[in-house]
Design a protein around this ligand. Structure first.
Ligand code: PEP
Length: 249
């Protein structure tokens, strides 16, 4: 079954400074002016940690939720130079956290570490956006679903609370590459994820990887896609807003 709300989640990655808050506010302004759109869309900005508090404090947005892009596995404080915990993120206004992004998995973040991070985030009442997806090599070996299944089961188990966990299917080969999966492949994968991980209700499952204002219409024919995790294109308010506009065209 398809979840009614469509999610548009921005992942700014390691981009943005205080001046970029103006960009974030343009998105806020747009959403604030679109009552109908707000009733069926959920907008989440996963900003760099340095901007979360400033956005919250300056714009008091009722329509945009804030998220972070990673956290340390220890929940509160510790001697982990350079790290930020889920408690600290919650404290500055984050409601969501992206975990298991392939850009972090590639540096050695294991399913076991991701599992601990998820636990710490949930303990702090953060909602988790768990990224899963296969590499090109795994795709060519037709291992897409077995990779996703293993990533989900090893960090969440077979049954998880579908109210707190959002799955983001992000094929590694599609991230930042301009390539996107074929529609029929997406249909199959989304159906499999929803069917295999249904617990009371089907999880919210997003697609991520090279989404832009031109290709967004390709995804609207796949009803099981509950929304999008948008990297590069989300750093420009115009591009991000155009994605939302074109999706509903
Ligand atoms: C991402 O990094 O989560 C992502 C989807 O990136 P892009 O949209 O740039 O492919």
């Amino acid at each position: 079954m398809t979840n009614k709300l469509k999610y548009f989640v921005a992942n700014w990655k390691m981009f943005g400074n205080l001046a970029s808050l103006k960009s974030a506010n343009k998105i806020n302004y747009y959403i604030s002016s679109k009552k109908k759109l707000r009733s069926h869309s959920k907008i989440i900005l996963c900003l760099p940690n340095t901007l979360i508090y400033f956005f919250k404090k300056n714009f008091h947005s009722k329509f945009i939720s804030l998220g972070a892009q990673n956290c340390h596995q220890d929940e509160k404080y510790g001697s982990y130079t350079g790290s930020v915990s889920s408690y600290m993120l919650k404290n500055v206004g984050a409601k969501y956290v992206i975990l298991g992004h392939s850009e972090n998995r590639i540096t050695g973040e294991s399913n076991n570490v991701i599992k601990k991070k998820i636990k710490s985030a949930l303990n702090q009442n953060l909602k988790v956006i768990l990224c899963v997806g296969e590499t090109l090599k795994e795709k060519n070996k037709k291992k897409t679903f077995s990779v996703i299944k293993n990533q989900i089961i090893s960090s969440l188990g077979k049954k998880f609370n579908t109210n707190n966990i959002i799955i983001a299917y992000e094929p590694v080969w599609a991230i930042g590459s301009g390539k996107i999966p074929k529609t029929n492949k997406l249909e199959t994968i989304f159906k499999l994820i929803k069917k295999n991980f249904k617990h009371k209700k089907a999880p919210v499952v997003l697609y991520g990887g090279s989404v832009n204002a031109k290709n967004i219409r390709n995804f609207s024919s796949v009803p099981d896609i509950d929304g999008f995790l948008i990297g590069g294109a989300s750093q420009s308010p115009k591009k991000f807003i155009d994605i939302i506009k074109n999706y509903y065209k």
